[in-house]
Design a protein. Structure first.
Length: 259
């Protein structure tokens, strides 16, 4: 009797990639991509071989944040060569579509694009691959957790109630998918006026720490709301690369050491 060939099932490792860390958020605009870019550069500065996969299909921002443009090469028409900048090997769904092109894809297409980025991109030997996820709890998160053997997920939130509520849903989803939660990060934690030094908690303060404690997950760090962080991200050189000695860059470096 003919046997069906064994099917590869369950999460797989990417050849040569030691750890895969997903950066997630419940809500958009809380700084997930900014954190991913700065963490990737910070980990590279620690001497680690780092890859960054921008899987934010609806708003890929890594080409702009890491200052990468152009179309990735595919010399054999099958494999894709990743791009590289600031010591980080990267690939983004944004490099496969035009920047101004709105992505209107259905689930199966998203899954196809994600699989391509996981399996066809020549990541090479990496100590860690950071995956910048889209916000929320959708197809991309589920496909990634089912197809790739994730070391864990880092969940970013602002201290605001509404963002925290969504972050909780994200953590719940990863629990259901069996992905370990590495910890939470509070972004836009506090704002220090660049003129007078006055400190304000624009989105509240300590909310993420309290939530992390309630959920029994570590709080990995707090990143301030800071104009330099935003300007560096827009300018194509994350703050950790462009102003490495600044206290804000040091906050990202400290965070990277927990991973
Ligand atoms: P997400 O990936 O969660 O949608 P982004 O990383 O794209 O969020 O951040 C949204 C906007 O906020 C960007 O313009 C980014 O530069 C800015 N931003 C993110 N984190 C900070 C921060 N700590 N301080 C100042 N601006 C920030």
């Amino acid at each position: 009797q003919a046997r069906r060939p064994a099917q590869q099932q369950g999460p797989q490792k990417i050849p040569g990639v030691d750890r895969i860390l997903a950066i997630a958020s419940g809500k958009g605009g809380v700084g997930k991509s900014t954190l991913s870019a700065n963490l990737a550069v910070a980990l590279a500065a620690e001497g680690r071989k780092v890859g960054l996969l921008d899987a934010d299909v609806y708003g890929p921002s890594q080409p702009r944040m890491l200052g990468v443009s152009g179309r990735p090469a595919s010399p054999d028409g099958k494999t894709i060569l990743p791009m590289r900048n600031h010591g980080v090997t990267m690939m983004s769904i944004g490099l496969m579509t035009r920047e101004e092109e709105a992505v209107v894809w259905r689930g199966p297409m998203l899954m196809g694009a994600l699989q391509q980025m996981l399996n066809q991109v020549q990541w090479g030997a990496l100590d860690v691959l950071i995956v910048d996820l889209p916000p929320g709890t959708g197809d991309v998160q589920m496909t990634l957790a089912q197809k790739a053997e994730l070391t864990g997920a880092v969940v970013v939130s602002t201290p605001q109630d509404i963002a925290l509520l969504d972050a909780r849903k994200g953590i719940d989803m990863f629990n259901k998918l069996g992905t370990p939660i590495v910890g939470m990060v509070e972004n836009m934690s506090t704002h220090i006026c660049s003129k007078c030094g006055h400190e304000e908690h624009v989105f509240g303060h300590g909310g993420v720490a309290a939530e992390a404690e309630k959920l029994g997950v570590p709080l990995l760090g707090e990143i301030p709301l800071d104009i330099d962080i935003r300007m560096a991200a827009d300018g194509g050189a994350p703050l950790v690369a462009s102003k490495p000695a600044s206290p804000q860059a040091q906050a990202f470096r400290k965070l990277a050491k927990t991973l």
